[in-house]
Design a protein around this ligand. Structure first.
Ligand code: GDP
Length: 295
């Protein structure tokens, strides 16, 4: 994960640490390199620029340059700024409500939404929650069956399929079933599209009006870099997203989506998909991720 960014930054830091004393010019040169590394990682331009400005301002302070280990101090400033950029803390789910808590997953087709619905259900089940999943995807053939299969694999209940129902009707039926049968959490997997379009947004809004979700999580593919951030911006303009799940982080050598998401959209990344297997979903820990990037 994020190997190429990590390698680039590693080189910059090695040069910084290698010097006894640092001048302002040294710091500025290093920060130019950091900026290039961030842009190569597909971090959004304004985010990379802000980051470098903030770090430079702190790093050329007298206390830093005159300290015994200026290189180390600059590296620490970069580390703290990275954590800040990724989000200050692990963002918890707000599901401590009168049951059933409703979690709605939205996103484009192929982003990993259905798989993530099953992964998150499995995770919540392992934490002792009684979870039901329902697929509202009536567009993609066999989408509802795909979730049912994942339900069998994860031993999570899925709402029985009734042919011909529309998303809002399915949401209503799922909510009733979850209430009557005493479920703690209802997971709603919504239909995706190839692109953000109005029909998709209208459908999501109609479902959200009925289901009143406690969480609306956007699933985006981390490999798509800044596109993932653009998708998140479009969605958050239309529906009140409570967070983002970044999938395929296991294959992301660059990290641009993870690094820009919070700053551009204001939405926290709550989970990271780390593989195809159903146990490959982790809470997103900004500190841990910053640590991995900085090696
Ligand atoms: P949907 O169209 O958004 O519902 O996407 P799917 O859930 O069907 O996922 C599409 C493909 O992405 C499947 O082959 C998944 O196994 C794969 N996938 C989903 N999440 C991850 C992840 O975190 N890492 C990897 N490597 N593959 C993933």
């Amino acid at each position: 994960m994020f190997e190429s960014l990590s390698e680039r930054l590693g080189g910059v830091f090695e040069r910084l640490r290698g010097r006894g004393a640092l001048t302002e010019a040294d710091v500025r040169t290093a920060m130019r390199e950091v900026r290039i590394a961030l842009l190569e990682a597909d971090v959004a331009l304004p985010v990379a620029r802000d980051f470098v400005e903030k770090v430079t301002e702190k790093a050329i302070g007298h206390e830093v340059l005159r300290s015994v280990t200026p290189g180390q101090q600059v590296v620490k400033i970069v580390h703290d700024a990275l954590v800040d950029m990724l989000g200050p803390d692990t963002a918890e789910l707000s599901i401590d409500v009168t049951p059933p808590a409703v979690i709605m997953l939205v996103g484009l087709q192929g982003s990993g939404k259905t798989t993530t619905t099953a992964k998150l259900s499995r995770l919540l089940k392992s934490q002792g929650k009684k979870v039901m999943m329902a697929s509202l995807d009536v567009n993609r053939p066999a989408a509802q069956e795909q979730l049912a299969v994942l339900g069998t694999q994860t031993e999570v209940q899925t709402l029985p399929i009734v042919a011909g129902q529309q998303p809002v009707e399915i949401a209503r039926r799922a909510l009733n079933a979850a209430r009557l049968q005493g479920y703690d959490v209802l997971m709603l997997d919504t239909a995706g599209r190839l692109h953000v379009d109005q029909a998709l947004m209208d459908e999501m809004k109609a479902v959200a009006d009925i289901a009143r979700p406690n969480e609306i999580l956007l699933v985006v593919d981390s490999l798509t870099g800044q596109d993932a951030v653009n998708v998140a911006t479009s969605f958050s303009e239309q529906v009140p997203l409570t967070g983002v799940i970044l999938t395929r982080m296991d294959g992301d050598a660059r990290g641009g989506a993870a690094l820009s998401m919070r700053a551009v959209t204001g939405k926290p990344i709550k989970f990271a998909g780390m593989g195809e297997k159903l146990d490959a979903l982790e809470p997103f820990h900004p500190k841990r991720v910053a640590g991995r990037i900085l090696g």
